[in-house]
Design a protein around this ligand. Structure first.
Ligand SMILES: [Zn+2]
Length: 397
């Protein structure tokens, strides 16, 4: 294009296509009359009927919010509940370990090691030292290794190994193993949770008879790892019920495995934890918060449903106002409240709900949480009604 050629539209009356020797038509003086478009002649570009390249469309049918199957989220990650902030994540998108877990684990392993050393020392004294006999003629050194605690410690490696083997064998012969054809929904959740946590191999998974108990656990034997979900808890995962809550539970249990909680060597190092009154329970509570972070990262929408089920069971869970219950973590106070939590293997439910709702800090270990500012609890206007339309049909007897 010539540099002096004007880019602006030509002045009125000078038709750009009029370049021949034909007389120039008199322009209409009627300003109100519609002017013929200069592009209306045969030389113009007709508007295409449809674009040559239609915009790309998703091969998947559109789904409404809240309709994503657990683990099947759109690009960019799972939608976060509005009141939750996306926390609980470490760098590289891994769920966060509770900050108290490793320090407490180190202390417990040190105390367990001391206990093992003392047991071995007692055994050596009994075997090689000259026997000490008291005034009644009873040998004292020999009785050291007949103490049940010393025997328990001496045989801890074998006892732990055998106990894990028996536990695994029980699931293998009595449990309903999740597979692509048997409880496929649970099987898929386990596979996806393992992938989400970067595990090289997904654990085995079983549904075991709950007899009314709401529970699940993770364990291992040798190089095998598995999770077991009690049938009464697994029931919440039906399509018409709360699959997100079941996904949270499975994410929690697979998280125990991903975080190394069920390793043989770790459990051997924590062998005396049940006899360390507050220390052992605190370590287990920190592990539970870590597992909850895994469950949250896998199924953030399922956290409240899972907590409601743990609180009120599989039929009344939809009636639980999880916010209202979580708020009581900051309200209920006193020495016995402190003691009940301090001795518990799992964080008390109100504190656990609070931790899953407030993702800005780790779960409270020893002291009840305080609300962000005074007067916040209960919220202005009161709590919303907890009862929602029941998703559960009456259970046939
Ligand atoms: Zn747990």
């Amino acid at each position: 294009m010539h540099p002096h050629e004007p880019h602006s539209p030509p002045p009125t009356g000078s038709s750009p296509e009029h370049t021949g020797g034909q007389p120039e038509p008199t322009p209409s003086l009627d300003k109100g009359a519609p002017q013929p478009s200069p592009w209306a002649s045969s030389g113009g570009y007709p508007a295409p009927e449809q674009p040559a390249f239609p915009p790309p469309t998703s091969p998947y049918p559109p789904v409404a919010p809240n309709q994503y199957a657990p683990g099947h989220y759109p690009p960019g990650g799972p939608p976060m509940p509005p009141q939750h902030r996306p926390r609980g994540l470490m760098p590289w998108d891994r769920p966060a370990r509770h900050p108290w877990e490793i320090p407490l684990l180190v202390v417990v392993i040190m105390m367990t090691s001391v206990a093992y050393l003392l047991a071995v020392l007692f055994m050596l004294i009994a075997l090689f030292a000259d026997p000490i006999v008291d005034e009644h003629g009873v040998e004292q050194t020999g009785s050291l290794i007949s103490s049940p605690y010393v025997l328990l410690l001496l045989f801890a490696p074998v006892l732990l190994w055998a106990g894990r083997g028996l536990n695994f064998a029980t699931q293998r012969v009595n449990g309903v193993r999740m597979s692509p054809t048997q409880f496929p929904e649970g099987y898929r959740m386990v596979q996806e949770a393992a992938a989400r946590f970067g595990m090289h191999r997904a654990p085995d998974a079983y549904v075991v008879l709950g007899n009314g108990q709401i529970n699940a656990f993770a364990a291992g034997h040798g190089f095998r790892r598995y999770v077991a979900v009690y049938s009464d808890l697994f029931e919440i995962g039906g399509a018409a019920r709360e699959p997100d809550a079941l996904a949270f539970i499975i994410g929690h249990e697979v998280g125990h495995i991903a975080a190394g909680h069920v390793s043989y060597w770790r459990q051997l190092g924590m062998f005396v934890a049940p006899w360390l009154p507050l220390l052992g329970a605190s370590l287990i509570r920190a592990q539970e918060y870590t597992a909850d972070n895994h469950g949250y990262c896998f199924s953030p929408r399922g956290a409240s449903g899972a907590m409601a089920t743990l609180a009120a069971g599989k039929y009344l869970n939809t009636d639980v106002g999880v916010d209202e219950m979580a708020d009581r973590a900051a309200i209920e106070k006193g020495g016995f409240i402190w003691l009940v939590n301090a001795m518990a293997s799992h964080p008390v439910l109100t504190w656990r709900m609070w931790a899953l709702r407030d993702r800005s800090r780790p779960g409270p270990m020893f002291w009840r949480p305080s609300p962000p500012h005074p007067g916040m609890i209960p919220p202005p206007g009161g709590y919303p009604l907890a009862t929602t339309p029941r998703a559960l049909p009456p259970k046939p007897v």
